[in-house]
Design a protein around this ligand. Sequence first.
Ligand SMILES: *Cc1c(COP(=O)(O)O)cnc(C)c1O
Length: 341
Amino acid sequence: MNTIDLRSDTVTLPTPAMMNAMMNAPLGDDVFGEDPTVRALEEYCADLFGKEAALFCSSGTQTNQIAIGCHTQPGGEVICHEESHIYKYEGGGIALNSGASVKLLRGNNGRIKPELISGAINNPLDVHLPLTQLVSIEDTANRGGGAIYAPKDIQAIKSICEENGLPLHLDGARVFNALTETQMEPKTYGRFYDSISLCLSKGLGAPIGSVLVGSSPFIAKARRKRKVLGGGMRQAGIIAAAGLFALKNNIERLKEDHENAQCLTLVLKDLTWVESILPVETNIIVVSIKAPARRDEIIESLRKEGLLCIAFGPGMIRFVMHLNIDRPMVEQACRILKKIQ
Ligand SMILES: *Cc1c(COP(=O)(O)O)cnc(C)c1O
């Protein structure tokens, strides 16, 4: 039996059909704006979310960092969740790339509580305080166990942003997992945000790439920032083709990942060494271990049996479902989990 790799939804390998799309993609120099496949991907994404323009980038960190840089000035402040990817997992990029500080908010399962935002916005007339310049949320929330924002909460956040003249950014690394469950139209959903970062290399199963969408002036500014970061890519259509293929073929099937996550959770919740599991709403399962010190030993025992997962903080491990995991593999994963005492 092959190893079952549930460490992340980034471990997927391109299928032959996706490879075929890559091999046959028309190419050109994208820094000259001449790669037809990159342009097609950008237009597809902009249109999907009802925005004017889009920019293909190398990673979700890059799309997020470029967006933050476009929305803020040095000395400004970004409001985000204390467990957000932009703050926690982008190498201090907000400070490094944009010279901005953060105001960290709490809220259950990685989601900001809308009612905390007003109090976090600084009075712009008080010269002591950094100027609040951006609110950023993550949907689904990775550290929240793939939790989804209720549309009414996003609406509440959007209204507060509008009242205060603040842009709202979405770290939508797994936005399609959220939309799969809420059944909201991407165009309707897109109206909440001034900019959206979406990842092609997570649940969608492309090998590389993220896309930033927004207004035409915003994307023009973003394109300049991408170049300065060294992110201008030439015949990038070869990878954009995989992303376009993923958007057209792999969104529908995300519900299978969610069902597989439920399936694994049913077994996990009865194991003696499991203390608790964050509510499983999409493809991510975050487990707290009864004896936190056993975390690495458990991960190692699972690895020896052919099941991979990752440490996700003190006493916590994470499993993620994706394109390369089918039901028989989930059943095998369940059998392996039951062996660990
Ligand atoms: C993976 C991820 C990103 C982007 O990560 P890259 O590895 O840089 O593509 C951004 N936000 C969240 C929530 C993620 O899970």
